[in-house]
Each structure stands twice: as structure tokens, then as C-alpha cells.
Design a protein. Structure first.
Length: 305
């Protein structure tokens, strides 16, 4: 029991210290950012998967063999293929906008790296925060609002939380997140080192925040999106389902959407009373869901989380 408690305090800080030490070395040793990013992704994946086995938060949330092929589809298609294509398209669009309408500012080269990194985190999270929050509005009188929720709802379909569930995300959601995060950073002239550090932060924190692992994160809950904070975002109790930040909690605290309490979330997933959501194991239905029955669904009273 004592060892379990010590491990629960160490899970998140140890991963952050390890990955950001690698980021520091990559920047100072001129390592390839692309190769380093892949290495950090694999390292964090193995790290989380191991802790989900040795220190699970909810035994019923463990990945099951019967779900293997479905999880593999989401990983290979959403995370590997669509994520790469979405980010490439987003980057191309943003670079075109930057080259056509903006002149990069070199002010960030004149301030300490850690300060420019923190500022980039804040700026890079602002538009995704509002997009994420808007996606949860589910306004029955707005086709756009329902469309955004139906895109994002794919991420909320699972009724369990673990590393694999991070990969449940619609390609349009991936593209919009990438554009809204990258565009302000490139337009404002942040260099590749800062953007590399921000990107790594996003990957590592996104995966650990979905982990089915016992964690004691204390004050970190008010700085970054920890498992404790993000699990509540997936709660079926709408009063708990705030926390729209992807990496940091700053904008949630600032705009009053932060939620936390002692204890664990009781049930995650979507409230299925008002919309006919696609089946968990039908990936094609999940991809087409935002485009089906748009006007019909718009007349219903949606309950989102």
C-alpha cells in the first residue's frame, strides 16, 4: 500500500521530468526534432501502458482483447494517418497565411526560452480552448453547433478511460485543433524550438490525461491537465464536464470552466438519450456521423458532456 501511494505521486511528475529532459537535450544537442518526437511518443506510450497494468485506477477500464481491432483502427487511422495528414494540411495552410499576410517577429529570440515557451503554451491553448468549449455547446437551434458536437462526440463515445481512448478522435477534430494551435504560434514568429516543445507537451499530456492510472497530482491539477482533471471532462454528469483545456488549466480557471473535486469520476461517455450515436465498433459510422441527419438532430434537445 505504501509503495502504491508513492508511485501514484510519482507517475505524472516522473513522465514530465523525463520527457522535458529529452526535449532539453534535443534542443541543445541539435537532435532531429522529428525523430525525438517519435521517440518521446513511444516512450510515453510504453510508460503509460505499463502503469495502467501495475497501478490501474479502475480495473473495468483496462483495455480488453475483444476491443483490440477497434483500438488498432483508431490508432493507425486517426492517430497515425489522419493526424499526420491533418497536421500537414494545417501547417501548409498556416505557412501560406504567414507568408502572405504577416512578417515574423523576432522578439521571442530576445527573451529566455522558458518564458517564450510558457507564453506559447498560453497562446497556443487559447483558440483550441474556445473551439473545444464551443463543441460542447450542442445548441439545438444551430446546425453549426450540432455539427461541432457530433465531430467531437466521437472522442467521448468510450465508456472507459485508458491510453487507447486518446486516439478516438475525428479527423476534422484533429485538423481544427492543429490549425488553431499552430496558426497563432507561427504567425507570431515563435521559432521551431518553442513549437517543438509545445508539440511534445501536447502529446505527452494528452496521453497521460486519459490514462487509467492512480495518480496523486495535487497542485499540478491547477497547472496542467492531469488525469484527475480530464477524467471529469468525460463525465456523464454535465455539471462535472468542464475542463476544456488540452494541456494547461489556465484558461479554464480564467473563464470559470474549471472543475475538480475529491474522488473519481463515476461514469464516462455520452448521454445517449437524445442522439443516436454510432456504435463503438463501427469506425465508418463514426467518421460519417457528423454529416448524417444534421437537420433532424438539430431539432432534438442534445445532452452533451
Amino acid at each position: 500500500m505504501k509503495h502504491t501511494k508513492i508511485l501514484s505521486y510519482a507517475v505524472v511528475p516522473l513522465l514530465l521530468i523525463t520527457t522535458f529532459s529529452i526535449v532539453y537535450l534535443a534542443i541543445n544537442k541539435n537532435w532531429s526534432f522529428e525523430i525525438t518526437s517519435y521517440f518521446i511518443f513511444l516512450l510515453s506510450a510504453v510508460y503509460i501502458l505499463v502503469f495502467e497494468q501495475v497501478l490501474p485506477l479502475n480495473p473495468s477500464w483496462k483495455a480488453r482483447k475483444s476491443d483490440f481491432w477497434q483500438e488498432l483502427k483508431h490508432f493507425l487511422l486517426s492517430t497515425t494517418l489522419f493526424d499526420a495528414l491533418g497536421k500537414a494540411a494545417a501547417l501548409a495552410l498556416v505557412l501560406y497565411i504567414q507568408d502572405s499576410f504577416f512578417t515574423a517577429d523576432t522578439i521571442w529570440e530576445k527573451i529566455p526560452f522558458i518564458l517564450s515557451f510558457v507564453i506559447a503554451l498560453l497562446i497556443g491553448e487559447l483558440l483550441p480552448y474556445f473551439y473545444h468549449r464551443l463543441s460542447h455547446t450542442g445548441n439545438r437551434n444551430s446546425v453549426l453547433s450540432m455539427f461541432l458536437w457530433k465531430i467531437h462526440s466521437i472522442h467521448h463515445l468510450p465508456e472507459s478511460m485508458n491510453w487507447f481512448k486518446t486516439n478516438w478522435i475525428h479527423p476534422i477534430n484533429i485538423f481544427l485543433n492543429a490549425v488553431l494551435k499552430i496558426a497563432p504560434l507561427l504567425i507570431l514568429g515563435f521559432n521551431d524550438q518553442v513549437i517543438f516543445a509545445v508539440s511534445v507537451s501536447h502529446v505527452v499530456i494528452a496521453y497521460i490525461s486519459h490514462a487509467n492510472t492512480q495518480t496523486k497530482t495535487g497542485f499540478l491539477d491547477y497547472i496542467i491537465v492531469t488525469p484527475q482533471v480530464h477524467h471529469f471532462h468525460h463525465s456523464q454528469k454535465l455539471e462535472e464536464a468542464g475542463n476544456f483545456g488540452n494541456i494547461i488549466t489556465f484558461w479554464d480557471i480564467t473563464f470559470g470552466t474549471y472543475y475538480n473535486r475529491k474522488g473519481e469520476v463515476e461514469q464516462v461517455g455520452v448521454v445517449k438519450e437524445y442522439l443516436s450515436y454510432p456504435k463503438d465498433k463501427n469506425y465508418i459510422q463514426q467518421l460519417s456521423f457528423p454529416f448524417r441527419n444534421m437537420y433532424k438532430d438539430c431539432c432534438k434537445v442534445p445532452v452533451t458532456n
